[in-house]
Design a binder for this molecule. Structure first.
Ligand SMILES: NC(=O)c1ccc[n+]([C@@H]2O[C@H](COP(=O)([O-])OP(=O)(O)OC[C@H]3O[C@@H](n4cnc5c(N)ncnc54)[C@H](OP(=O)(O)O)[C@@H]3O)[C@@H](O)[C@H]2O)c1
Length: 253
């Protein structure tokens, strides 16, 4: 249970091998975190994270979870709460970037990406919210993205899923008012993780450690939205009002 100082003792990570989530879990060790449950689709891929997190003194367990299948999402969330009890934090950290040009050639693949990033997130978010409401406490941390703030030619399918996810997360937070539970919406820019490996970094690119630090600070301050880096909040306030031809020109570089 999150104590009076806001310290977190238990976390559930949906998308348990996410690099951003792993760095955030690591940042919470030493601040009272005792147990992490990683919900993953391929347990073998979580092996390295398990070893690393256990070496820090954390109790770590794994449950199966595939965001592409409603039944798996519901069972994964059920199993995590049933076996491990309350969670102070739940990370909605799964997602795929995809290759925009390939998605344009293969609309069915684009629909699958939407299925994972948005439909999967809606099922998981609603299932977790029921649990947090029943507990009367807990924060759902949703990994949105600045990509959802204004779509760009180079990743507009992904951007559309993040726009939907961001809207969903804000509404879910509103629905939790008075329950003791809440939602933190995280809007990173370009983060150097395996998701972006091989891509040219965008301006304001950060390491996953910076996202972890910002999330921990936002939790401490009980914020509802955090931009990483913080300057992107003002950059996107401007970008949102740029005339489309100008945005097209700037964003294609
Ligand atoms: N990196 C960035 O620049 C950036 C910027 C803004 C927002 N974000 C968002 O932050 C979140 C984490 O990204 P990251 O950078 O940490 O990337 P990452 O290390 O590639 O993590 C992505 C996670 O999603 C999981 N996943 C993908 N499809 C899944 C499915 N069908 N079911 C269950 N899990 C699935 C992956 O599991 P597997 O190991 O099984 O593949 C992995 O755990 C994502 O939502 C991403 O969109 C990232």
């Amino acid at each position: 249970m999150r104590d009076a100082l806001g310290q977190v003792s238990t976390v559930l990570v949906l998308g348990g091998t996410s690099e951003i989530a792993r760095h955030t879990v690591q940042a919470l060790v030493g601040r009272g975190l005792e147990k992490a449950v990683l919900a993953v689709r391929e347990p073998d891929r979580a092996e390295r994270d398990l070893v690393e997190l256990r070496s820090l003194g954390l109790i770590v367990e794994v449950v199966l979870f595939d965001a592409d299948c409603d039944q798996s999402v519901l069972e994964g969330v059920d199993e995590a709460f049933h076996l491990h009890g309350d969670f102070d934090l739940v990370f909605l950290a799964f997602g795929v970037l995809g290759d925009q040009r390939s998605l344009e050639r293969d609309p069915a693949a684009a629909a699958r990406l939407v299925r994972t990033n948005l439909a999967g997130a809606v099922v998981a978010g609603l299932a977790v919210a029921q649990r947090l409401r029943a507990q009367g406490h807990g924060t759902l941390v949703v990994l949105s993205s600045v990509a959802g703030q204004r779509s760009r030619r180079s990743n507009f399918v992904y951007g559309a899923t993040k726009a939907g996810l961001d809207a969903f997360a804000q509404g879910l937070d509103d629905s939790l008012v008075g329950s003791g539970a809440d939602v933190l919406v995280v809007r990173p820019g370009f983060v150097r993780t395996r998701m972006t490996a091989g891509l040219d970094p965008q301006p304001f690119a950060v390491e996953p450690e910076a996202v972890a630090t910002a999330i921990v600070e936002a939790l401490r301050r009980r914020r509802r939205v955090v931009w990483v880096p913080a300057a992107l909040r003002w950059v996107f306030a401007l970008i949102r009002v740029l005339p489309r031809p100008l945005w097209r020109l700037v964003s294609s570089r």
